[in-house]
Design a protein around this ligand. Structure first.
Ligand SMILES: [Cu+2]
Length: 374
C-alpha cells in the first residue's frame, strides 16, 4: 500500500495547480445547451434512460486534445472545514443558504470530471444545528447550471425531506423550513430524477443535529463522505472523464472516493492531529450504490454513534456505513504516524481511491507501540 500511496503523492503538482485556481465556475456560454430541457418533468422518479447518461458533460474537451478540463478546480472538501460545536442552550432559527453548482474538478491528480455539487465541493458543506432548531433552507441553482436540482435532507421530518419544495431550475431560488426534532447525523442529497445520476455526480453532504446540551468537547473534528463514481476512464488515466450510465446501472464504479477525489485527502491535504488529541469524525456515505466498510488502519473506534444513534457502542474495528447513511465516531491516537482511512473492501481503497490519511505528530510512546528493529 505504501508504494501505491507514494505514487499518488508524487503527482501532487496537479492538485496544487488545481487548488491555486480557486473556484472558477465555467462560463454560461460553455455550458448552456438544450441538455437539461428534457428533464423538466420532475414529477416522478424515473428509470435510467439513454438521456440520463449525460455523456455530453464535456463535449468541448472531447473535441479538443482529449486532455483534462482547463477549467478544473479542486472540489475535494477540506475535512477540517466544518462549523464548530454549538454552545447555545436555546433553540434558534438557523438560515442555511446553499448553491448547486456544476463545475469541472479533479477526480484524481490527472483526470477531470464534471461534478454537480452543493457549493462547489464534494461533499457540500457540513450543516450543524441543534435539536429543536428551526432550519430554513434556501437553495439557489446557479444560473450556469444545465440541470434542475433540489435537496432532500434526511433530518427533515416531512415529504421528500424537502426535495419537491426545493426543486430549482438554473437561476432560481426556493426554500422551506423544518424543525430539527431528532438529534443525529444525516445525509442530505439532491433528489431530482434521475436521482442516481444526480447523487452520482457528487450531490451530497451531511447535516449534524446536535442533541440538546451539545456533544462532549474534543480536540479535533473532521468531515468525510464516501461516494462511488461511474466514468468512462479508470483512475489516473488522465483527460476528462465522462459519466457512464451503463456502469452505474450495473453498479460497477470506476472510482470510490472520500470527499470526491482519488486519494484526495493525502499528502499536503492529509488531516492533522497531535498525540493525545481526542478526534471526532463525522463520516457519511452518499452512495449512490455501495455500502462502506469504514476502517481506520491502526486506530480503534472507541466511541461509535452508529448511524447517528444517541447511545454509542465501543471498541469497533470496522463499521458499516450504508448508502444514504452516516455515523460519528471518536478516537484517541497515542502514537505518532500516518493513520490510513479506508473502505476495507480494499479494492475500492487501493484501486479506486477510497483512502485518506490522518497525520499524527508527537512523541513516541513505546509503552503502547514499540518497534523492536529500530
Ligand atoms: Cu441535482
Amino acid at each position: 500500500m505504501t508504494d501505491m500511496l507514494n505514487k499518488g503523492l508524487s503527482r501532487r503538482g496537479f492538485m496544487t495547480r488545481a487548488a491555486a485556481l480557486g473556484l472558477a465556475i465555467p462560463t454560461a456560454g460553455a455550458l448552456l445547451s438544450a441538455c437539461w430541457d428534457d428533464e423538466e418533468d420532475n414529477g416522478a422518479v424515473g428509470a435510467a434512460t439513454e438521456d440520463d447518461d449525460h455523456g455530453d458533460d464535456h463535449a468541448e474537451a472531447a473535441e479538443d486534445d482529449d486532455g483534462p478540463s482547463p477549467d478544473a478546480v479542486r472540489i475535494a472538501k477540506d475535512p477540517a472545514d466544518i462549523p464548530g460545536p454549538i454552545n447555545r442552550t436555546e433553540p434558534e432559527h438557523v438560515l442555511v443558504e446553499l448553491e448547486t453548482v456544476e463545475l469541472d474538478g479533479w477526480i484524481d491528480a490527472e483526470t477531470t470530471f464534471t461534478f454537480w455539487t452543493f457549493n462547489g465541493t464534494v461533499p457540500g458543506p457540513m450543516i450543524r444545528v441543534s435539536e429543536g432548531d428551526t432550519v430554513e433552507i434556501q437553495l439557489t441553482n446557479s444560473s450556469d447550471s444545465r440541470h434542475p436540482h433540489n435537496i432532500d435532507l434526511h433530518s427533515a421530518h416531512g415529504p421528500g425531506g424537502g426535495a419537491e419544495v426545493t426543486t430549482v431550475s438554473p437561476g432560481e431560488t426556493r426554500g422551506f423550513e423544518f424543525k430539527a426534532i431528532y438529534p443525529g447525523v444525516y445525509i442530505y442529497h439532491c433528489a431530482v430524477p434521475h436521482i442516481p445520476t444526480h447523487v452520482g455526480h457528487g450531490m451530497y453532504g451531511l447535516i449534524v443535529v446536535e442533541p440538546a446540551g451539545g456533544l462532549p468537547p474534543v480536540d479535533k473534528e473532521f468531515y468525510i463522505v464516501q461516494g462511488d463514481f461511474y466514468t468512462d476512464r479508470r483512475p489516473m488515466q488522465g483527460g476528462h472523464a465522462q459519466w457512464d450510465g451503463d456502469r452505474q446501472f450495473d453498479e460497477r464504479p470506476t472510482y470510490v472516493l472520500f470527499n470526491g477525489m482519488f486519494q484526495g485527502l493525502t499528502g499536503e491535504h492529509a488531516m492533522q492531529a497531535e498525540v493525545g488529541d481526542r478526534v471526532r469524525m463525522f463520516v457519511g456515505n452518499g452512495g449512490t450504490n455501495l455500502v462502506s466498510s469504514f476502517h481506520v488502519i491502526g486506530g480503534i473506534i472507541d466511541v461509535l454513534h452508529r448511524e447517528g444513534q444517541a447511545e454509542p457502542v465501543h471498541n469497533v474495528e470496522t463499521t458499516l456505513i450504508p448508502a444514504g447513511g452516516s455515523s460519528w465516531m471518536e478516537f484517541d491516537f497515542d502514537v505518532p504516524g500516518d493513520y490510513v482511512l479506508v473502505d476495507h473492501s480494499l479494492g475500492r481503497a487501493v484501486d479506486k481511491g477510497a483512502i485518506a490519511i490522518l497525520h499524527v505528530e508527537g512523541d513516541e510512546n513505546p509503552d503502547i507501540f514499540n518497534p523492536l528493529d529500530d
